[in-house]
Design a protein around this ligand. Sequence first.
Ligand code: NAD
Length: 479
Amino acid sequence: MTTIQNYINGQLCPPLSGNYLDSVNPATGQVHAHIPDSDVQDVEAAIQAAQKAFPDWSNRSNEERSRILMTIAQRIEEKLDELALAESQDNGKPLSLAQKIDIPRAASNFRFFATAINHYAAESHQMAQVAINYTTRRPLGVVACISPWNLPLYLFTWKIAPALAAGNCVVAKPSEVTPLTAYLLTQICQEVGLPAGVLNVVHGLGPKAGNAMVIHPSIKAISFTGGTQTGARIAQQAAPLFKKLSLELGGKNPNIIFADCEYDDMLDTTIRSSFSNQGQICLAGSRIFVEASIYEQFKADFVKRTKALVVGNPLHASSNVGAVVSKPQMEKVLSYITLAKEEGGIILAGGNRIIVPDCEEGYFIAPTIIEGLAHDARTNQEEIFGPVVTMMPFETEEEVLSYANSTPYGLSSTVWTSHLKRAHRVAEQLEAGIVWVNCWLLRDLRTPFGGVKQSGVGREGGWEALRFFTEPKNVCIKL
Ligand code: NAD
């Protein structure tokens, strides 16, 4: 049993109230850690520590900050096995996935922004014979980073790394559902000698510890990833306080399959975009639209491949699908399957909870495929965030675009076609921040990442992140 501690002013410390919450391993249903139930006092102490650290950290050279962040990246890699195991036990995801994706990406996040900051230059604009403008970009001060449970260390570091690289001091809160790897990261920060107060991690509940960060007047910016409703609540609180906001929210992404696609590649990738991480990826292609001429063939192949996925103990190398993150999440996903049936959907695969040997109390759901629903059924409009996809046929480009764009979300889309002009045409018309053509989740960390409509406000990644975490000031000098 691990007792997680907050990380404030360089020290690992208990919550001031002394209260803890249970953290459950979703594969076993058993409590495996205790997590600080932090409140406004802990957040206040973290913000004070961050404010104290800011003058020194922000005035260090980029190279110096970069060096420390590179050391963190290296330690994450050295501790890959320990971190991956913790991630799997906390989240329910297959250990192999955490080893291949989550933890390497956390290291890459630090390395990417540690190097990016050395190339981040200010602009200047000359007005011939009249004046010269130069623009400086200074760190904001103390910023808050709040992250969700589906890709715990991956998304936590995706925010923290650019914020720190740019010279800010950070008060961060990982999801209370998956706090373990953020705790291990704070141990790494201690080991490598990150100066006290530069990063502070306060564990606890969103409406309590998270909200205290959102409304605190000394927090200059909030980088948030999570549900759309939570994002709306944060925006409501923070906007009147004139804080900078980056909101990365939910998705209900279309996967559009044209008959002329490279079929085998499409099928392999569609299995991943549907069910990897138990479908708990904001970018998952949960609505599959298939051109009518290949619908029946695709249906037969996709159902067969889905039924062959091994749902099992996340620690076993043979498991393709692990547990969903929590009991409430399992109940939510199962309730959507019930809704889909009420709406007239036909279950082609899965549709039920699975009892896994050795993990009888765990929260496992069979990968589920549903057909026969209208594009505007609730099942096709609301984010389920589990191993559940729907599929339906289409005849024309116009028709599929109208289906694809019909939800309130606009995070990502995938298009499968070998027709170059069609790929451009469809990509242009999709209402989404990210379009993948003949691939999925292929990420270049330099590219803008984020959604439109209710999928969010702002962009992360590359220069976008460094711009978000800095404030430009233009100086105009008359010649
Ligand atoms: P959530 O909104 O419940 O929680 C996210 C984080 O916000 C947690 O740390 C939580 O404690 C905190 N929080 C909750 N209420 C708060 C409040 N009032 N003030 C401040 N903080 C608060 O989301 P979740 O269930 O952890 O994650 C799943 C959601 O995240 C899905 O909707 C998914 O699509 C979305 N997501 C989006 C992206 C993206 O990049 N767009 C990536 C991953 C997940």
